[in-house]
Write a protein that binds this ligand. Structure first.
Ligand code: MF3
Ligand code: CO
Ligand code: CO
Length: 258
């Protein structure tokens, strides 16, 4: 059960895939406004990935997922299916993009605030992003992967938020989801997770709730994950490469300063 170490050639392909995924987030940003349906956002992203990027939207038909992107609004934690529901002022929505280019995956997501969200909504979005960045900064050869989750969990705790346990980050490359599993909380183990080595690629994608950490999956569509207590949830995701002296964020956007 070894974790794949990418060759220089594979790393170049991961960079290309990561760049494209980040570009989709930048492209769709101006459309993410009150009145648009998540289905329309899906269509715009799908066409851009296929026609402009000459790439493949990884979610489409992945274990039967019916759309090309995930759109998760308010109390939806992840895996929201785009549909005819329109975004409205005050909503917070996660858009999660995964593209396949030249056989390799890039996976990234961002929270968008529609109009002016209330203070609580803004806060959960900010804390979830801080959790992602704090986790990323732990990445370095020789460090145990568990340190990433411990740091993320501590930041959420400190801010009276909870981190979802049931969904994790993941190794990524030729496969969408591979080893290692990247947990975003302190699992209580002394030596948790593998020791990181240069050339590993994985995602970090904490889902952070205002209320409890428990989630439930829709019995109607089999995908949509919501918070059990209906509290707001936020998530941000990047695809990360372990480099010889730290990390490289393969899905970094120009607007970001980590
Ligand atoms: N992009 C999600 C992740 O970060 C996975 C979506 S799987 C899908 O791992 F089938 F829902 F698209
Ligand atoms: Co992911
Ligand atoms: Co994703």
């Amino acid at each position: 059960m070894a974790i794949d170490i990418k060759s220089n050639n594979e790393i170049e392909k991961m960079r290309a895939a990561g760049r494209l995924a980040a570009d989709v987030i930048d492209m769709i940003g101006p459309y993410v406004k009150a009145g648009i349906s998540t289905e329309e956002l899906d269509k715009i992203c799908h066409n851009y990935i296929v026609d402009v990027q000459k790439a493949v939207p990884a979610p489409l038909n992945y274990h039967g997922f019916p759309k090309s992107i995930c759109t998760s609004i308010n109390n939806v934690v992840c895996h929201g299916i785009p549909g005819d529901k329109k975004l409205k002022k005050g909503d917070i929505v996660n858009i999660d993009i995964t593209v396949i280019k030249d056989g390799f995956h890039g996976d990234t997501s961002k929270m968008f605030i529609i109009g002016k969200a209330n203070i609580k909504a803004q806060r959960i979005c900010r804390i979830a992003q801080e959790c992602l960045y704090i986790g990323i900064k732990k990445v370095k050869p020789g460090v145990r992967l568990g340190e990433v989750g411990k740091a993320i969990g501590a930041h959420a705790d400190k801010n009276n938020c909870s981190v979802v346990h049931d969904y994790c980050g993941h190794g990524i490359g030729r496969n969408f989801h591979a080893e290692p599993q990247v947990v975003h909380y302190d699992d209580g183990k002394l030596n948790s997770g593998p020791i990181l080595e240069a050339g590993m690629t994985f995602t970090i994608e904490p889902m952070v709730n205002i209320g409890g950490y428990e989630v439930a999956t829709s019995r109607v569509d089999g995908w949509t994950v919501t918070t059990k207590d209906r509290s707001l949830s936020a998530q941000w995701e990047h695809t990360i490469l372990v480099t010889k002296d730290g990390y490289e964020i393969l899905t970094l956007r120009e607007e970001e300063t980590v």
